[in-house]
Design a protein around this ligand. Structure first.
Ligand SMILES: NC(=O)c1ccc[n+]([C@@H]2O[C@H](COP(=O)([O-])OP(=O)(O)OC[C@H]3O[C@@H](n4cnc5c(N)ncnc54)[C@H](OP(=O)(O)O)[C@@H]3O)[C@@H](O)[C@H]2O)c1
Length: 477
């Protein structure tokens, strides 16, 4: 009898996912373009699971080793590689076989592939997977999308079995919707992850440069935050990172790591998506800009030698500012999730995906990089509002906490600006809050300007909104 499922791609994620599948009692065949990776995997990582894992070194052997209808999970580099690998599988696959792309593919590519491969008799399915190497091994958060019948009949049990589970035993895997909605949700998850990371990094930077804290003091502060409402995987690894020693020098390792952040593109896709959807998602977009700015280290070094005068600020009550900082981080985090969930809500409406946003929050509760107790509260906010949330900041769950956080949040941002410390997500989350909660903005002047130079028209406050007006601002002749 053939293997229950196959995994193509024995990279970081593919190896872990194959082991996870085997650890749950399923038989799995594996294949990699370069056979050495498969051989290494079998020799170094497959131990107790030997009778569950079949190594193959030719695509035909791989496909032949699977039970029908075949379920092939692709864990390969996103982009054209997914098409290339699927195309090379096609000659060996049969009608009704299922190819599941588990990489960070662009959601429009996934939707296109579903339509294209359906014409060739193959069921193409998409799924976002989060949790990195360890999550893939012990239980990731999984966001599957495509034909619901395929999910219900062939994939759902396997995927929920191998996914992370919440404390009450709920799987962090659920059918998301049609087309590339799973990869869309994963993309927004990554955008939120960018925001969460940058918010924490700015808190570190304020602790270091405004409060003058040592790495050990900062680690203690983050650890104490992790015992409260900010309890999350990212805060946990932050305080552990700050305590890590460099084996070569004995110094704190963090002080030897260059301040140049890399990226693989999903944060950028989220920012672009926000722009295309005409949504304000500044926290996530600023997090991408922050990585871009960090990457031009050489230019920053030159500029820092031109503009040498960083203002010095004094802090009268360090404990009070540290408490304010916790408020600023928490409130900025809420803004980031508010933006992310608004983006998901709009995408759901535009594509007719019927996304269950509260349930999506729960999928991220465990297994993924943004896992946090906080996500249970977002689920609660959706449950309390019957699934209809205009903006998370307005919900009973978060409204009063934001009100309480705002004064400290402002003090922190003002202090950072006075000190010349770069805090784009803390500051722009506050700007988002101020903009979103303002009845009046300066856009009346913007519309007047647009009407002046381009006859773009405007609406009036004393006329129905469906009427447009143009004013003759100057005589043309
Ligand atoms: N790493 C993470 O934390 C993480 C988390 C979530 C999702 N993902 C996504 O998961 C997918 C896999 O990521 P990874 O971290 O496992 O990557 P990885 O370690 O770099 O492995 C990439 C895999 O893709 C294969 N590949 C690359 N080019 C190929 C080609 N032209 N033809 C056939 N196979 C090709 C590689 O095979 P060779 O060995 O032959 O080169 C390898 O098996 C990506 O879409 C990634 O974005 C990654």
């Amino acid at each position: 009898m053939g293997s229950y499922v196959g995994v193509v791609g024995m990279g970081v994620m593919g190896q872990s996912l194959a082991l996870n599948i085997a650890n749950h009692g399923y038989t799995v065949s594996v294949y990699n373009r370069h056979g050495e990776a498969t051989k290494d995997f079998m020799e170094s990582r497959v131990k107790a699971q030997k009778d569950k894992v079949t190594a193959t070194y030719e695509l035909k052997d791989f496909v032949d080793s699977l039970e029908a209808p075949r379920k092939v999970i692709l864990m390969v580099k996103a982009g054209p590689v997914v098409d290339a690998v699927t195309d090379s599988l096609l000659p060996f696959l049969s009608e009704g076989d299922i190819v599941v792309d588990a990489g960070n593919s662009y959601y429009k590519d996934t939707s296109r592939r579903m339509a294209d491969y359906a014409k060739k008799g193959i069921s193409f399915f998409g799924m976002g997977v989060s949790g990195g190497e360890k999550g893939a091994l012990v239980g990731p958060s999984i966001m599957p999308s495509g034909d619901k019948n395929l999910y219900d009949n062939y994939l759902g049990k396997l995927l929920t079995d191998i996914s992370a589970h919440t404390e009450d035993g709920s799987p962090c895997c659920d059918y998301i919707g049609p087309e590339g909605s799973g990869q869309y949700v994963k993309m927004v998850h990554n955008g939120i992850e960018y925001g969460d990371i940058q918010i924490i990094d700015e808190a570190y930077f304020i602790m270091k440069n405004v409060l003058g804290m040592s790495n050990a003091e900062m680690a203690d502060a983050f650890e104490s935050w992790n015992n409260g409402r900010l309890d999350s995987f990212l805060i946990e690894i932050t305080y552990k990172i700050l305590r890590e020693k460099d084996p070569d020098t004995g110094d704190d390792l963090i002080d030897h790591i260059l301040d140049e952040a890399a990226q693989k593109g999903t944060g950028m896709w989220t920012a672009i998506e926000g722009l295309e959807m005409h949504m304000a998602i500044p926290t996530m977009a600023e997090a991408v800009f922050a990585r871009n700015l960090s990457a031009v280290k050489d230019e920053r070094v030159i500029a820092s030698k031109v503009f040498t005068d960083k203002p010095s600020v004094s802090v009268e009550d360090r404990d009070a500012l540290l408490a304010d900082l916790e408020q600023a981080v928490y409130a900025s985090k809420i803004m980031s999730y508010a933006q992310g969930f608004q983006l998901l809500e709009k995408a759901s409406r535009e594509h007719d995906w019927n996304l269950k946003l509260g349930d999506i929050a729960l999928l991220w509760r465990e297994g993924c990089i943004i896992r946090a107790k906080f996500l249970g509260r977002i689920k609660a906010a959706y449950d309390q509002s019957d699934g209809k949330v205009q903006n998370l900041m307005l919900t009973d769950e978060f409204r009063d906490e934001i009100k309480a956080a705002v004064p400290g949040w402002r003090r922190v941002v003002v202090k950072a600006i006075e000190a010349g410390v770069y805090v784009p997500t803390l500051a722009n989350s506050l700007m988002y809050f101020d903009g979103y909660t303002s009845e009046f903005l300066s856009a009346n002047l913007c519309q007047a300007q647009r009407d002046w130079f381009g006859a773009h028209t405007y609406h009036r406050d004393d006329q129905p909104h469906d009427l447009s007006f143009h004013h003759r601002w100057e005589e043309l002749d």
